[in-house]
Design a protein around this ligand. Structure first.
Ligand code: SIN
Length: 308
């Protein structure tokens, strides 16, 4: 079955890709994504300077999900700007994820990365793991100022990676911002920030940074991810492509994201836990679900969730 999808005019050969952060920091990891069944290569969120990230342990996987406080370890935007043209040889879209600590960082990085011609730029407004730095996506006015500035320096399509919202009023407010600044796709959602996982035996937090607080991912966040995908799908009446992220463990999870309105999905925790073979498995499972349900493509079931 053809699992291709189109986002902001860019054709993806398959509708599954890595989430920014999962196995995508180094050249070796990015090239391995290029050789894998992933439908795109998404870079780690890049900052002005290279970063080692937060102290370890900073990632912990447990039965129903994961917690991380990586702290944006990455090679710095200049390294990714040099790498992106080389990644194009894999014949799949390259998505550059851009982060920063001030609006001017985002603008500087986006301008330089735009010149290296990724297929899409994903602006990460939602990293929960930098001590003292709030998630920009929870401040609609700051998000609008930042995105308006970025808009003026890029020519490739841009989208935003948003944090989870837990109130329709916040989703509506952000949707109006996104409409005004004319972003071309959404990635929903980043990890559910500032969770705390406790090891009762050791009477201890499981990660070191920020006293154990970090972003939750994996199966346990799927309902929050689906709710955000659905809410923004409804707010934009299906006009804005959405990449669903959160809780993709099986092909059926991919199908649920598609039903809610996603055009593609990104895989984080499952990819880190299982490795690149996860793409082969998820692809086969998705095809089996779609065939069983009588759908001929991912697009055929996009957004068709029944509301009772
Ligand atoms: C991290 O590097 O801490 C995670 C990045 C993110 O959640 O955006």
């Amino acid at each position: 079955m053809d699992l291709s999808t189109t986002i902001a005019g860019v054709r993806f050969p398959r509708c599954l890709m890595n989430a920014a952060g999962a196995l995508c920091v180094t050249r070796e990891e990015l090239e391995a994504l290029g050789r894998s069944r992933a439908g795109a290569i998404v870079t780690k969120s890049m900052t002005l300077e290279a970063r080692r990230g937060n102290p370890e342990p900073r990632y912990y996987s447990f039965g129903s999900g994961s917690i991380n406080s990586m702290g944006l370890p990455n090679l710095g935007y200049l390294a990714y700007a040099a790498l992106i043209p080389q990644l194009r040889k894999f014949g799949k879209p390259v998505v550059a994820s851009v982060a920063g600590f001030a609006a001017r960082d985002f603008v500087q990085i986006a301008k330089a990365i735009n010149d290296s011609r990724p297929d899409l730029i994903e602006i990460n407004l939602s990293c929960p793991n930098i001590p003292g730095e709030p998630q920009i996506g929870y401040d609609a006015e700051a998000s609008e100022r930042l995105l308006s500035e970025v808009r003026t320096v890029v020519s490739v399509p841009i989208g935003v990676k948003l944090p989870p919202y837990f109130d329709p009023a916040h989703q509506e407010k952000m949707a109006k911002v996104l409409e005004r600044v004319e972003v071309q796709f959404l990635s929903l959602i980043n990890s559910v920030g500032n969770g705390l996982v406790v090891d009762a035996d050791r009477e201890s937090a499981v990660i070191k940074p920020k006293g154990g607080f970090g972003g939750l991912g994996g199966a346990l966040i799927k309902p929050v991810a689906l709710a955000n995908v659905r809410a923004f799908w409804r707010l934009f009446e299906g006009r804005l492509p959405i990449i669903g992220t959160g809780g993709i463990v099986t092909g059926s999870d991919v199908f649920e994201h598609l039903l809610c309105g996603a055009s593609a999905v990104q895989v984080g925790t499952t990819l880190v836990d299982e490795g690149l073979g996860a793409f082969d498995r998820l692809e086969q499972e998705l095809v089996a679900v779609l065939e069983k349900k009588g759908y001929t493509s991912p697009a055929a079931c996009r957004g068709v969730l029944k509301e009772l």
